[in-house]
Design a protein around this ligand. Structure first.
Ligand SMILES: Cc1ncc(COP(=O)(O)O)c(C=O)c1O
Length: 346
């Protein structure tokens, strides 16, 4: 039995066409700046987001952390939503690698407002850590793939211009937000000083993220990437998968979004189960079991026995993520298995 793997959109395997593009890639030593495929990918992503420059990086974590390091000095304060990836899932890197203090703000579905950020900013006084950087996440992983409203991002952009702060976007799944809202990537690019996008999540490439920003910012990030041992040599082999994904795997994300909705609805057949449909806007479904008496771990085990893999992200919370390797028939089978198991468990 082939498992239906809904643990994450990072579990995808390169398609035969993507592998062919990788095999055919022209390569060179990227630490010398001589890999034509890496250079092409960087230029392509910079242009898509309307930025001067881009840097190919091995992971979303390293890309976000290079952005934080490149925008800040040790002792400064940065702001993000309390469930943000940079604060919860990047191994304490802002403190360890950049020496910054992270101030988290409580959000609703991952969204913090300009007014909240403004209220948190510190007056210039040598008792205070200097306020330096705001980091937003779109779509928001822990909030179930929720999309950050564009109007609020515009307000935050205006605030950061007024107060001399930098603004970074963790856009690991910005592609999903772009496809779901129809807002052009250039519009997102206009609001942020830097954006990190991932190629290895919904887009299905095996490795890689890209950080974009001004030429000066990317130059700084490039130096820190070297310092952190992130320089790669004939990386065109993997960058080619990213280029292939940009050509072929963006529009199809809408299929993942439909699959996520279908999964959400199969849980909602059961009134004790909560799924926040307003947050289920893209490819992540968060299922809350607190009213059912069921433990997330037990449900995950029962689903696994029937070939559906997902993750318990809290004692009563289960997460399912749709992606390139989940086809219509997989979603239909998963919905049927979920309903069968819940009929017997509730
Ligand atoms: C929103 C978000 N940002 C950053 C990352 C980090 O990416 P990576 O796993 O490539 O380090 C992830 C990973 O899932 C993510 O969901």
């Amino acid at each position: 039995m082939k498992a239906i793997d809904l643990r994450s959109d990072t579990v995808t395997k390169p398609t035969p066409e993507m592998r062919a593009a990788m095999t055919a890639a022209e390569v060179g030593d990227d630490v010398f700046g001589e890999d034509p495929t890496v250079n092409q990918l960087q230029a392509r992503v910079a242009a898509l987001l309307g930025k001067e420059a881009a840097l190919y990086i091995s992971s979303g974590t390293q890309s976000n952390q290079l952005a934080i390091r490149s925008h800040t000095q040790p002792g400064q304060e940065i702001y993000c939503e309390e469930n943000g990836h940079i604060f919860n899932y990047e191994a304490g890197a802002p403190a360890a690698l950049s020496g910054v203090q992270v101030r988290t703000l409580p959000g609703v579905r991952g969204v913090i407002t300009a007014a909240q950020i403004e209220a948190a900013l510190r007056p210039a006084d040598h008792h205070n850590p200097p306020s330096r950087l705001v980091v937003l996440e779109n779509t928001h992983n822990r909030a179930g793939g929720a999309i950050f409203p564009f109007e609020e991002m515009e307000k935050i952009h205006a605030l950061t211009r007024e107060r001399g702060l930098a603004l970074h976007l963790d856009g690991a799944r910005l592609w999903n937000a772009h496809v779901a809202t129809g807002i052009p990537l250039l519009e997102y690019g206009r609001l942020f000083d830097s954006i990190s996008v991932c190629l290895s999540k919904g887009l299905g490439a095996p490795v890689g993220s890209v950080l974009v920003g001004s030429a000066e910012f990317i130059d700084r990030a490039h130096r820190f990437r070297k310092m952190w041992g992130g320089g790669m040599r004939q990386a065109g082999l993997i960058a080619a998968a990213g280029l292939y994904a940009l050509d072929h795997h963006i529009d199809r994300l809408k299929v993942d979004h439909l699959h996520a909705r279908a999964l959400a609805h199969s849980f909602l057949e059961f009134p004790e189960i909560e799924v926040d449909l307003a947050a289920t806007q893209t490819n992540i479904v968060i299922v809350e079991l607190r009213k059912t008496g069921l433990k997330a771990h037990d449900l995950v085990v029962k689903l696994k026995e029937k070939g559906v893999l997902c993750l318990a992200t809290a004692p009563t919370r289960v997460r399912l993520v749709t992606h390139l390797d989940i086809h219509d028939e997989d979603t239909k089978s998963a919905c049927r298995i979920i309903e069968e198991i819940l009929q017997h468990s509730l």
